[in-house]
Design a protein around this ligand. Structure first.
Ligand code: FAD
Length: 427
């Protein structure tokens, strides 16, 4: 590259770290700065609700930097504890906490990468109470671990993936857990009724109480315990509570020009370029949980809060940025295949593809129909179809099986082909 440009990445999570790695891999030789609001070096989040909540595991973040790919080898100026608080054309306005109070600063950029992710959504009824926890950061884990150490009972508000993982970890520590879920079926929106019902059954079989179709209306007391009134009129009490009711995108620092709203995030094309921005801001890109890339198969801008999405987007965005700076033609991009996994109630739940566009589901492997009193299913695989073509696969305890359907999914195989393949594989 002839002129040394300065790329500034804001957000030191998975997406920001991978962006730095992939920019170097794509040949970016200019100045690279990573602004990270957290005091810890960039670390991985999935272990926070799994391994790191176990009583016999040391509380240490799983950091990304390792020999051969650290700040030095990447020639990366990593500034931990520095948050972006505003954006002007070519300038990120920053703030850093110091013993003498917050210190303002500025970092100029030639190209900007937005990787500020999301934060856990608070529940207004329970917000700010010392016995009520959220889980997004390593500091949240430290607080939650301390609370778990002395707890005998716990409420989990929200039967999403994080709630289910925390419930599993707490139950494994001998804590009585009740999950409260506003929907009638857990995961109804993300997994659909069939799989959602099975996961709910898994929770009950595991020993976790599940209260569906009700929410938390009121906090009665939080001094000695978390005592709440539910919308069905009943009350529940526990030593601590964890709220897992979704997330909010970290976009406020960008101002209104760059994002669509609280849930939408930064709107991008299918290669990570932020859209609809005044050209005076220069080239701006976004990736990871905060970014709503154009998803060609659904012809919509969508955010996927999936680990693999950030990993898959990073090389695409990096190559695009490098070519854009060099004034080269963009290379063609293929749509990315969303993938998510979660470890809960002793099982692995996986989802590959786009269940949101499905108009029907088909049980490919596992028991049918689900029997509410039978032991939770050992291995289940479900196909999601749109106009008779495979658009997603979900599995419980079936990682190898799920992998075998990947080519059929990539090819958008017909229902007939998929069912024939399932019959060939057997149960
Ligand atoms: P983040 O990891 O949120 O990183 C964003 C970073 O930007 C944060 O460090 C934040 O502090 C920083 N930041 C925010 N605002 C600013 C600012 N103004 N200035 C500077 N820095 C800022 N996915 C799966 O597929 N499977 C799993 O099993 C799974 N488990 C998970 C468990 C937990 C507890 C959590 C929280 C997430 C899990 N995920 C899982 C999701 C996965 O971890 C995320 O998709 C991934 O971390 C996204 O990375 P990101 O860098 O986009 O966002």
């Amino acid at each position: 590259m002839a002129t040394p440009e300065h790329v500034v990445i804001v957000g030191g999570g998975l997406a920001g770290w991978r962006a730095a790695q992939e920019l170097r891999a794509a040949g970016f030789a200019g100045q690279l700065t990573l602004l990270s609001a957290e005091r810890h070096p960039p670390y991985d989040r999935p272990p926070l609700s799994k391994r790191l909540l176990k009583a016999d595991v040391d509380a240490a973040p799983i950091v990304f930097a390792r020999e051969g790919s650290d700040e030095t080898s990447l020639d990366l100026d990593l500034r931990s504890g520095v948050r972006a608080v505003g954006l002007h054309p070519g300038i990120v306005v920053t703030e850093q906490d110091t013993p003498d109070g917050p210190v303002a600063g500025e970092v100029t950029y030639d190209a900007l990468v937005v990787a500020t992710g999301v934060r856990a959504r608070e529940l207004p009824t329970l917000a700010g109470h010392p016995r009520v926890h959220l889980l997004r950061t390593f500091d949240d884990v430290l607080a939650l671990r301390a609370a778990l150490d002395g707890a005998k009972s716990m409420l989990v508000v929200g039967a999403g993936f994080i709630g289910a993982e925390v419930a599993t970890a707490a139950y494994d520590r001998g804590i009585a857990v009740t999950i409260i879920e506003a929907l009638d079926i857990p995961y109804q929106r993300t997994l659909g009724e069939f799989l959602g019902e099975l996961v709910g059954r898994m929770a009950s079989r595991y020993g976790v109480a599940l209260r569906t179709g009700t929410g938390v209306d009121e906090l009665i007391d939080s001094d000695e315990s978390v005592h709440v009134r539910l919308s069905d009129g009943t009350t529940l009490e526990a030593d601590i509570a964890v709220v897992g009711v979704g997330t909010q995108v970290n976009v406020e620092w960008l101002g209104p020009d760059l994002h669509l709203g609280w849930d939408a995030g930064v709107t991008c094309d299918g290669a990570g370029r932020a859209l609809g921005l005044d050209p005076v801001y220069g080239p701006v890109y976004a990736l990871g949980d905060v970014a709503a890339w154009h998803d060609e198969p659904q012809d919509r801008h969508l955010r996927f809060e999936h680990w693999t999405t950030a990993v898959d987007q990073a090389p695409v965005m990096a190559r695009t940025l490098v070519r854009d700076l060099a004034g080269e033609e963009p290379e063609p991009t293929a749509p990315l295949l969303p993938y998510f996994w979660s470890d809960q109630f002793g099982r692995k739940v996986q989802l590959l593809g786009r269940p949101g566009i499905a108009d029907s589901v088909e049980l490919l492997h596992g028991e049918d129909p689900p029997d509410p009193v039978a032991p939770a299913p050992r291995k289940v695989l479900i196909g999601y179809f749109c106009a008779d073509h495979l658009v997603a696969i979900a599995g419980i305890s079936a990682p190898a099986l799920l992998g075998r359907y990947r080519p059929l999914l990539a090819a958008g195989a017909s229902r007939k082909e998929v069912l024939a393949y399932a019959a060939e594989l057997g149960s």
